[in-house]
Every structure is written in structure tokens, then in C-alpha cells.
Write a protein that binds this ligand. Sequence first.
Ligand code: MRU
Length: 359
Amino acid sequence: MDERTFEPATVAWGGDAVEIIDQTRLPERLEVLRLASVDAVVDAIRRLAVRGAPAIGGCGALGMVVGLDEERPASAGDARAVLRRLAATIGAARPTAVNLTWAVERVREAAEREAATRQVTPAAIRQRALDEALRIIDEDREACRRIGEHGRAELAAATTILTHCNTGRLATLGWGTALGVVYAKAAAGEPVRVYACEARPLLQGARLTAWELVQAGIDVTLIADSAAAALLHGGRIDAVVVGADRIAANGDTANKIGTFSLALAARHAGVPFYSAAPTSTFDLATPSGEAIEIELRSADEVRTFRGRPSAPEGVNVWNPAFDVTPHELIAGWITELGVIRPPFREIARAATAGTASRG
Ligand code: MRU
């Protein structure tokens, strides 16, 4: 098992367009979609053709280059204005995963720094934007590998892991975060089995996690979300490991809707609950979970099931895409820098400044 051999890549640069696996087609079809305009990039992120916090960050970063190619700024000054507009447009495609704004801002800043140098051409600015986007992708691949290794050490005694949504190769630019821990265990020849929640309403667990793990030959059992508390209570789960879309300064963690219920059930059952995420998911400027914007999605995602009505037409629906798990329910945050244990705030600040005790 190797984190570099997943073909086609979830997000890749195709020379003049972003290439993504169209995740709305899985598990029936594995199709690559070319995104050759900013509109196409934003649309793909919004309708979850590409999804998962690090993956939308990578797609958004490459989308900045697509935007420069579309707008063809004539001067360095024009390029700066275009970069700002693109970062605002792409960064607003989805609100909760901080990796998206983090990635487009990183590309904007790098390209703007280039634009500030003397006699720079728009072509050189575009090259700098592309280099930065590709660097973000490489760094996430390496972060996933490290998360996997730190998680493997932390969870050496755990064989049966319960997870939620999809946090693997389809959600990141490497082999995943929570699923990275699973892949690292499998790669080391250690026994590992996964229980995956289906993740209603859009079934990222059923359609994507189950697909990924079956492809990788890893033992996976799919459960309805509502079966999780009974499973945890039954004593068969050694640890819950999930991903994250945004981690506030106090450790409150936003992730796919249903994560909070899992954390409560895990606490009741005495099962440790971990969040696995790269530090690009930290938002230390947001003090606590209350300040995290939670994306509300279309009512039809709940009123219908794969295109057919599953509820009375027009019934009221509340459809948040994410919830926030309070930090006190989390045993540790598995990051590329090591496992951060509560209290999160001071340790996260130190870790991102490069001074935390590792592991
Ligand atoms: O709505 P989605 O599918 O983008 O939600 C994804 C999640 O909640 C993941 O758990 C999170 O982005 C972490 S991916 C490593």
C-alpha cells in the first residue's frame, strides 16, 4: 500500500484545467471531470463533485490558476486585482472547511508577492500561483502520511475503528486523515477493521468510504448512522476516528453532521474519540465552535433519496452539512505534527509555531 499510487488522482493539474474524480458518480462510475473555468470549479465544489476539506483546498488552489488563464491580466497590477477577486469567489464556494480559504489565500499571497517584484510578467505570476498550488498538494500528501503514522502509534492497541463520512483518498490530496490511520495500519501489516457510518443525507460513508476501503482490500462494515450508538455500546469498537473541517482555537471541531452524536455515544460507552486533521484545518482566529459558520444545504438532499421523493413534497427540512463537537469530548487531535491532547489551545499554538512536543 502506497499513498502515491492512487490513480486517477482525486485532484490534479491537467495543464489547462483542474482534473477531479467526479465523486457524485461513485460508486457506480469512476469518472474524471475537467474543470476549465472558475465557474466550473465553484460549481464542482458546491455540488460535492469534489469534497473533503483538504481536497477542496487543493481544487480551489488550482482553480486560482484556471482563473488567471481565463482573465489573462495584461500587467502585474491587473494580476493582483484578479487574484483578489478569484480568492474571494473561490473561497466562498463552501463556508465551513477552512482549508479552502486557507489554500486560495496562500496562492493569492504567493502570486501577489511575485507581482510586487520589479518587471515581472503576468506569465511569471501565473507560474508562481501554479507552483504554490502544487506545493499545497504535495504538502497535504506528506501531512496525510504523517497523520497516518502518528495515528498508528497512538492507536497501536486498537484494531476496530468506527469512522464517519469520508476522510480518505477521495477527501484529501494523499491517503487521508482518519482513513490515513487505517491505511497506515494496513501498510504496516497490522490488523485493522473499519465500521463506517453511511453519513446521511449524501452518503459519503456508504458511497465513498466503503468504496475506497473495498478497493484497498480493507475489512469494512457499513452501518446506518442510527446504528452507531448501539454498536459502541456493544463493546466492539476500540476507537472512533473522524476527520475535521475546521478546528477552533479551543479545540471545538466542526465535521460532517452526525459527528457530535458519535462523540456523545463514544463518551457514554467509554470509547476514545479522536479527530484526525492536518494543521491547515486549524482556525486559531476563531475562538470556539460557536463562531464556526455551518453550511446549510438544500432541503431536497433530505426530502429525496437518489433523485426520488422520500418525504412529502415541500415538508420543512433542516439540513446542516456539519456539526461541532465540543473539545471536551475529544481525546486527541491526530495531526502531521503529532497527537495534540487537551487542553488544545496552548498546544495548538505551540505546534503551529513548530515548538510542540511531538508524538
Ligand atoms: O461535505 P463533505 O463531504 O465535504 O464533508 C467532509 C467531511 O466532513 C470530512 O470529514 C472532512 O472534510 C475531513 S476530510 C479529511
